[in-house]
Design a protein around this ligand. Structure first.
Ligand SMILES: [Zn+2]
Length: 381
C-alpha cells in the first residue's frame, strides 16, 4: 500500500507537489476518435439519495431493442432530458434522468459569476435518452436554455454568458459522453495521476466505450496535479481544489469546495447501487483514498457539516458518515463478514458481487481486487 497524502506536525501535507497557481504541470493533451450517438432521455427526484439497484459504469452493452416490453420512461412528453436542483448557494445538481444506459449520472454545476465561469463536474451520457421526444437532450442546451425553478426560473447559464471549465471525475463513458459539446471552446480538466491511463490508444478500452461498442468522444484534457486549485481561463480562482483519488480508476478525482463544505467524489463511492471497480481499479488504492478523504474532512474544522456529492445516487449526505460507513462495508467484505452473492466472468476476469443487508452498500469488482486487498491489509481468508 502507499499513501499519497501524509500528516506532518498534525497538519495535512501532501507528498505530491502542491499547486499554487491555476493549472500547473499541464501534462498532456490526448485525443481519441469521434462523436457520440444521441437519442432520447428522463426525471429526477429531489431527495438527497435515490434508492434503487441500477449498476453504475456498467460493462454490458445497452439493449434498447428487445422483445421484452420496454420499461416506461419516467419522462412525460417533452420534458427535459435533465433535471436540476440547487444543492448549495452556488452549485446545482443536474441528473440525466433517462439515459439508455440506466446510469442516471449526477453532474454538478457551480456558478461563479464573478469569474464569468460555470464549473461543470462531468458531462453525463451525451444525451442518449430513451424518450424520443425529450427536450434538451444535449447538456449544453439544457444549461443555456432550460428554465430551472431553483434558479428563479432562469437557465443555469442563460444564453451561454458564462464560460465553461469542465472537470471530468474520471474517464468512464457515463461521465464523458457529453464532453464534445464543450471541447471546442472550453477548458477540459482531468487527473494527472496516471497520464498513460488516458492516452488516446487506450481511452476506448478504459472509458468502456469499446466494450459498449460506442464511439469514444474526442477531447484534449489538461491534466492537473494533486491539490491543484481550479481557475477560470482568465486565472480567477473558482474556490475548488482537485484531489487525486485513485481506486475506482487510476484517474478518479475529487473536488473539494472548502468554503461551502462540499466534497465531490465521483464514482469513488455512493449508496444504494453497487460500487463498481473495473479491471483497472484497485481496492488497495481505494482504501488509501477513502482514508485520505476522511482525514481531509476531519481536518477541515467542520467535519460534522461537510456534505458529499457522488457521481450517482448520493448527493448532500454527511460526508464523514458516508465515508466511514462505506469503508466499514469494504472491511466487512475483506474480512469475510459479507458473502459473495454472485460470481461471473466479465471482460476476461471473474467478477463477484457483495451486498450489504438492507442494500445501502454493495460492491461489484473482479475477484482479484478483493484478493489483492486482503493480502495488502492482512485480512486472511
Ligand atoms: Zn465509473
Amino acid at each position: 500500500m502507499h499513501s499519497a497524502w501524509g500528516m506532518v506536525d498534525g497538519n495535512e501535507s501532501w507528498s505530491e507537489p502542491r499547486c499554487t497557481g491555476g493549472r500547473r504541470a499541464l501534462i498532456a493533451l490526448f485525443a481519441s476518435a469521434s462523436s457520440v450517438p444521441t437519442a432520447g432521455q428522463h426525471t429526477q427526484n429531489n431527495t438527497a439519495t435515490e434508492r434503487n439497484n441500477q449498476s453504475m459504469c456498467r460493462l454490458d452493452p445497452p439493449t434498447p431493442h428487445t422483445n421484452a416490453p420496454a420499461a416506461a420512461s419516467p419522462l412525460s412528453h417533452g420534458q427535459p432530458a435533465f433535471t436540476a436542483r440547487r444543492l448549495t448557494r452556488t452549485t446545482f445538481l443536474i441528473t440525466e434522468v433517462d439515459d439508455i444506459y440506466d446510469e442516471h449520472p449526477f453532474i454538478y454545476a457551480k456558478l461563479i459569476p464573478v469569474a464569468r465561469t460555470l464549473l461543470l463536474l462531468d458531462t453525463g451520457c451525451g444525451g442518449a435518452t430513451r424518450a424520443p421526444d425529450a427536450s434538451f437532450p444535449r447538456l449544453r442546451d439544457f444549461l443555456e436554455r432550460a428554465p430551472v425553478a431553483d434558479n428563479s426560473g432562469r437557465a443555469l447559464n442563460a444564453g451561454g454568458e458564462l464560460a465553461y471549465v469542465v472537470v471530468l471525475s474520471h474517464c468512464h463513458y457515463d461521465h464523458i459522453l457529453g464532453v464534445e459539446q464543450f471541447a471546442g471552446d472550453s477548458t477540459i480538466i482531468a487527473s494527472g495521476n496516471d497520464p498513460a491511463f488516458l492516452a488516446p490508444n487506450v481511452l476506448p478500452e478504459h472509458s468502456l466505450c469499446a466494450n459498449l461498442r460506442i464511439q469514444t468522444p474526442s477531447y484534449t484534457p489538461i491534466l492537473l496535479p494533486h491539490r491543484a486549485p481550479i481557475s477560470s481561463a482568465g486565472g480567477h480562482p473558482l474556490g475548488v481544489e482537485l484531489l487525486h483519488t485513485p481506486g475506482h480508476t487510476p484517474d478518479e478525482l475529487a473536488l473539494w469546495d472548502e468554503e461551502e463544505g462540499m466534497l465531490y467524489v465521483g464514482d469513488t463511492l455512493y449508496e444504494w447501487a453497487p460500487i463498481i471497480f473495473p479491471n483497472e481499479g484497485s481496492i488497495v488504492e481505494w482504501l488509501d483514498t477513502v482514508d485520505n478523504l476522511i482525514r481531509l474532512v476531519e481536518g477541515s474544522g467542520k467535519a460534522s457539516t461537510v456534505r458529499i456529492g457522488c457521481g450517482h445516487k448520493t448527493a448532500g449526505g454527511g460526508a464523514q458518515e458516508v465515508l466511514l460507513s462505506t469503508k466499514a462495508f469494504m472491511f466487512d467484505v475483506l474480512a469475510g463478514r459479507e458473502d459473495v452473492k454472485d460470481r461471473w466472468e466479465k471482460r476476461g476476469e471473474i467478477h463477484v458481487r457483495y451486498a450489504q443487508s438492507g442494500g445501502r452498500y454493495s460492491l461489484i469488482c473482479p475477484e482479484r481486487l478483493v484478493e489483492e486487498a486482503r493480502k495488502a491489509t492482512n485480512f486472511k481468508m
